[in-house]
Design a protein around this ligand. Structure first.
Ligand code: MG
Length: 437
């Protein structure tokens, strides 16, 4: 009787089957570099839950990193990668990033959404990283090279009152920043973009937060910009984020009232669900509009660009699926005079910031890059985190995305223990109604 075969692991079984099942697009006669493993690494060096994908290859020293951070639902992304995308990817030629993106995107039949897009992004960015390393070039070279030396960034000034915002903005100006977002607290109201009541935690994580008062906010914003413009002069570029927090007609009123202060852009006046208000806004205000960090499906933004209803495209790269869809979107925007302003907060990992930068350097219709200035611990976990100086973000000119991950250090910072696993607590109106965050 034949001896029973040793049981193979799931990964080994996949490795035996997949290389023959997938189309071979590699050049004839060449044995391609293949995806050997897809690993998900969770870390929170400064308390923000980050999700990183590491693709290991048949070349022992060659790997790529991608960002799959959906910080409010990180564990759902892990499942999407490990249970669904990893089995599709093992054994594939590392060069086939486009085919792998399309196959992964369509494999769920029902597609898009932040969980599936972040999962796709983790693999997609990692494959671009590998592509650059194999070419011996930074990824922006694969897109067509540099359109500029470095990417202009904007930073976040905020405070409890106008004087504090002014002080914060002036400090950034003195450090060389020329684009400054200004947000002021609405007294006794859980305001977006400023520290919470305790001035220690961000508003949305502050358990002691007050109710939200949209009308008090709408009254204060034009006065804030009257104050800042009068005291900082004409040179500084001012930005503001409404963060979808007021009724649409109130956002239109704000857009009219801030017109005299010549904002660089006004961000997210509406929720994605209220896209239909954009034509009305355009009829009433010439303030430049930035939109889109919450978009997850091209059906949400193609018409806004095509109809020239926004000025800056703000999508979060990992939330639309990574570099592959983002570079197409940038090119599409170019034809309509829409500039890019990729979302760049703290809950995008340094890997995501490095990916943003590759596009920023190449895209002719680049507008501005949102900067996050990561604390030292995050920088130590991610060697190669893009450097920001003189108000700009600079490439370190390393092959690939130019970013690395110190796994030993990352392991020292597990996710914080929290009942909601990263989900945001609700923001409420004074009568208790849940509001958009
Ligand atoms: Mg925003």
């Amino acid at each position: 009787m034949a001896k029973k075969q040793a049981k193979t692991t799931k990964t080994e079984a996949i490795e035996q089957i997949i290389p023959d099942a997938w189309p071979k697009y590699a050049a004839a006669g060449k044995d391609p570099v293949r995806i050997r493993d897809v690993r998900v690494i969770l870390t929170a060096p400064d308390g923000i839950r980050l999700v990183i994908v590491k693709i290991e290859t048949s070349e022992p020293e060659l790997y790529g990193l991608g960002c799959a951070t959906f910080t409010q639902r990180p564990l759902a992304v892990v499942e999407a990668i490990e249970q669904y995308l990893k089995p599709m990817a093992i054994g594939r030629d590392v060069h086939d990033s486009e085919d792998l993106f399309q196959a992964g995107y369509l494999s769920s039949y029902w597609r898009s959404g932040p969980v599936l897009n972040n999962a796709l992004s983790g693999l997609d960015m990692a494959l671009w990283d590998i592509k650059g390393k194999l070419a011996g070039m930074p990824v922006y070279q694969l897109f067509g090279g540099k359109s500029r030396r470095a990417a202009n960034v904007y930073v976040h000034a905020s405070g409890r009152d106008f004087a504090e915002v002014e002080e914060s903005a002036k400090a950034y100006w003195d450090e060389g920043y020329r684009y400054i977002r200004c947000q002021v607290a609405v007294p006794n109201s859980a305001t977006y973009g400023v520290s919470g009541k305790s001035m220690q935690a961000a508003y949305h994580l502050d358990p002691q937060q007050d109710a939200w008062d949209p009308d008090a906010y709408a009254r204060i914003v034009p006065r804030l910009f009257d104050h800042i413009r009068a005291r900082m002069g004409d040179e500084v570029e001012l930005l503001h984020d409404i963060h979808e927090r007021v009724p649409p007609i109130t956002a239109i009123r704000i857009a009219k009232e801030v017109e005299p202060y010549r904002l660089f852009f006004l961000e997210d006046p509406f929720a994605p669900e209220d896209n239909g208000y954009f034509p009305l806004l355009r009829q009433h205000s010439s303030v430049p509009i930035a939109m889109g960090e919450l978009y997850v499906n091209q059906a949400e933004y193609v018409d806004l660009v095509k109809d020239r209803l926004i000025d800056f495209m703000r999508v979060h790269l990992s939330d639309i699926g990574g570099l592959t869809p983002a570079r197409k979107l940038a090119a599409f925007c170019e034809y309509f005079g829409v500039r890019t302003a990729w979302h760049g907060p703290g809950d995008a990992s340094p890997v995501a910031h490095a990916a943003n930068l590759q596009l920023d350097l190449n895209t002719p219709n680049f507008g501005i890059q949102e900067a996050y200035l990561p604390p030292d611990r995050t920088r130590e976990v991610f060697p190669g985190t893009p450097e920001i100086r003189d108000g700009q973000m600079w490439s370190n000119e390393q092959p690939g995305l130019g970013i690395d991950l110190d796994e030993k250090r990352a392991a020292k910072y597990p996710y914080p223990d929290h009942a909601l696993n990263g989900a945001w607590p609700p923001i409420r109106l004074k009568d208790g109604t849940v509001q958009r965050p």
